[in-house]
Design a protein around this ligand. Structure first.
Ligand SMILES: [Mn+2]
Length: 491
């Protein structure tokens, strides 16, 4: 009888711990190479062998942050603190996840903890102060918002009396109208990193607000037999890649219609150039140039991911306010020939949603935390049936059965959505019923992905995919205007 179970178990545990360490090293190396998918895979394997290591959770949390899975990142940071409540990095990670989710008060609490434990840590103090500033600012905004019914920036502008200085050599609207030559000149002007005169920017914004506010929340269009529509996914401030799309696929026109499926701004540091170009084309071809709202056409995202900072740097806070008003009027979904439904995020947390429910959404607002409007902007498909908690921490993930029953109920063929970076620029899932298209190649200058756009022809409505790669851009890094907490958090 030489059987000694305790000793064997202990040895096995030590062995498992060693093996877990090796897996962590492997994951760290993938992380350094920015291969976050593999990093997550090996941190997960390490955690299977040794689930009581706070560092593994914390490292995986950072990898999730990088892949925009803020819900998972938050769960891992929380887990790290459960395992070891003295693990300071865990508080940082949890704070960053909460910041990314727009939960500033929760983030502040964690920064407070760090500052209390490490009163001499300058970095912690800076982060605490920065976060505190945001919380106070939000409270202030809420206070004045409830004071009076919110006035439009448009009412306080006197565009007519804005003068364009003689030394301004850039494009101007013609008799207050966007024209083809204005658009060509503006795109060229932006390409040279020059600034559109603020009067022209305001003219575009005021006019586009008027155009968008007249559209329904669900836009319905009909493609004739010979018509061809180009659908693009996220562009995220990658202006030079947007110009490349027009070079490859032709400039927008009534004969060359486009649909841009949200997330025009944030992350990329040429978001103003992207959005003014898209808004310009909307004014030029209101019936054949379509824009849908993404989860980044919102105040919370713009505050964290750069657009607000960029508008304030290049123009003013007031202009950002007007952008915010305009974004609230972007439609939420578009239906093509009553067969193909396009939206930025995806389908719903609840069964039984109809096209009529989408039509009825009162969209002129910041999206709520749940419900159909939130889902349209935020959800993601998943391979398994049913629904799951979102990796992002907002809305849900929906399976092929959810897609199937939604399509059946609404007599649709398939959906096209964006919202997720894909290596090939697009992905076909749910037996061809759910298509993702993403048009920001080499996303954030580091993901190495292709971009894609889709051609849909009226004759058969079959998606035809076109891929492209990133083109060079001037030396301004992505997130250059993002909140400093986000920049640090993303490092
Ligand atoms: Mn998105």
């Amino acid at each position: 009888m030489t059987h000694k179970p305790e000793v064997v178990t202990e040895e096995k545990m030590a062995e498992a711990a060693n093996e877990a360490e090796l897996l962590k090293e492997k994951a760290n190396n993938y992380f350094k190479e920015k291969d976050y998918e593999n990093a997550i895979k090996f941190y997960s394997e390490a955690l299977e062998l040794n689930p009581s290591n706070a560092i593994y959770y914390s490292n995986r949390s950072l990898a999730y942050l990088r892949t925009e899975c803020y819900g998972y990142a938050l769960a891992d940071a929380t887990k790290a603190l459960e395992v070891d409540k003295n693990y300071i990095k865990g508080y940082y990670r949890r704070a960053t996840s909460n910041m990314a989710l727009g939960k500033f008060k929760a983030a502040l609490k964690d920064y407070e903890t760090v500052v209390r434990v490490r009163p001499n840590d300058k970095d912690a103090k800076m982060k605490y102060q920065e976060c505190n500033k945001i919380v106070k600012q939000k409270a202030f905004e809420r206070a004045i918002a409830s004071d009076e019914t919110k006035k439009s920036v448009v009412d306080s502008l006197d565009i007519e009396s804005m003068t364009i200085e003689d030394d301004y050599a850039g494009p101007k609207l013609e008799d207050g109208k966007v024209t083809v030559s204005f658009m060509t000149d503006m795109m060229e002007w932006f390409k040279e990193q020059k600034k559109l005169h603020r009067k022209c920017a305001y003219q575009i914004l005021v006019q586009v607000k008027d155009v968008l506010s007249k559209l329904p929340s669900l836009v319905e269009i009909t493609l004739k037999e010979t018509d061809k529509l180009t659908i693009c996914g996220d562009t995220h401030g990658q202006y030079y890649d947007l110009l490349n799309i027009f070079k490859l696929n032709g400039l927008p026109s009534d004969a060359n219609p486009y649909l841009f499926n949200g997330d025009f701004v944030d992350r990329g540091s040429f978001s103003l150039e992207v959005i003014l170009t898209l808004f310009g084309f909307k004014l030029l071809y209101p019936d054949n140039f379509h824009l849908l709202r993404g989860n980044h056409e919102t105040d919370n995202m713009n505050q964290m991911y750069g657009f607000e900072g960029e508008v304030k740097a290049k123009y003013t806070a007031q202009m950002f306010q007007l952008f915010s008003e305009v974004f609230q009027w972007l439609p939420l979904a578009q239906c093509i020939n009553s067969k193909v439904l396009v939206m930025h995020g995806g389908l719903f947390s609840e069964d039984g949603v109809t096209l009529d429910d989408i039509r009825k959404i009162d969209r002129n607002r910041q999206p709520p935390d749940s419900g159909p409007m939130c889902d349209l902007l935020w959800s993601d498909p998943q391979p398994q049936n049913g629904r799951s908690v979102s990796k992002r921490g907002v809305s849900c993930q929906f399976g092929p059965d959810v897609t199937e029953s939604f399509l059946e109920k609404n007599k649709l063929d398939y959906i096209i959505r964006s919202h997720e970076v894909k290596a090939e620029g697009y992905e076909v899932t749910h037996s061809g019923k759910c298509i993702t298209v993403f048009s920001a190649p080499n996303y954030c200058d580091q993901m190495g992905n292709k971009g894609a756009y889709i051609h849909l022809r009226g004759s058969d409505l079959k998606p035809e995919f076109h891929q492209f790669t990133a083109v060079p851009h001037p030396n301004v890094k992505p997130m250059a205007y993002a909140n400093t907490l986000m920049q640090l958090g993303m490092m």
